[in-house]
Design a protein around this ligand. Sequence first.
Ligand SMILES: [Zn+2]
Length: 344
Amino acid sequence: MRDFIGQRRLLARLSERALRGDVAHAYELSGPRSIGKRTVAIRLAQTLLCTSEPHPAGGCGTCLACRKIDHQTHPDVRMVGRLVDLEKENDRKQIAIEQIREMQQDLALRPLEGRWRVVVIDDAADLSEHAEVALLKTLEEPPPHAVLLLLTTTPAALLETIRSRLVPLSLRLVSTTEIAEGLADRFGADAPRHAAAAAGRPGLAIALASDEGARKSRRAAEAEFYRLVSSGLTERFAWAADVAESDRDPQKRNEAIETRLAEWCELARDAAVAPHQVGRALRPERVSESDRLAKAVSQRELVDFALALERWRRDMVESNVNARMLLELLVLKLPYAATLREAA
Ligand SMILES: [Zn+2]
């Protein structure tokens, strides 16, 4: 199989079955962000629509069909995701029923170029209630040429009636060694460092290795965390107010908050386990800060805080939680350690 970091076994199994004609009409691909859900979906579409003979598992990557799929111009492959229209006041936070209806009209027709029509819904947890109900009809009676791939970080957010019609595929974290090997050709000596920093998520490793912006925003989130940890309440509340009002698109603001919660959870977790030297650090480049935080704050407080961050992150994704309120609770629960000031 051509280049692909992680999820190789899953994709190989899926592709080999598909090549024998054993394809389900609908799959659920779940797992954390940046773990490879979208890549698996695209490779499965390429497996089904590749025109090279004999059909290679995962697609050849070079024929016209494979290239069109890579460029999202293949007429038989449709990506459905949340639309954010900033021009309209009521920006769409969710995948709307109209999007599902449009997809269904298309899906009912015979494929134009291959034997299949593939629909990728990413993230399926963004489907509005009406959209979910509409989609259910397709899942109950899919056209013979239909393959639907529902991608999500939060499978529990989907209707049970939908989930019961999907073949579940859960994607697992990838070993650091495998990620480092995958990056080695392109990024040479820096590969192991970026692989370690990604803690099991190949997409994150590639972003960190190839995108200075991704590295910068990661460092900024770390510095922001240490600055807040070493600040008093006045400064913390001012920060909460700033972030709550930071973006005119609430969805974007919520994503920025969610990213911080995920990143900070890793920093809190590293500090909580630091005294025990168990498990690898999720942020190896911040080991000294984790040690200092662990010395200043009780382990219990750190564990509670890490768990709260994870819970809030899920609330952010799954429900319409009030951002300002959440941020205020967060700064109240955030541990205090004056010694982290210089890390900020
Ligand atoms: Zn091909």
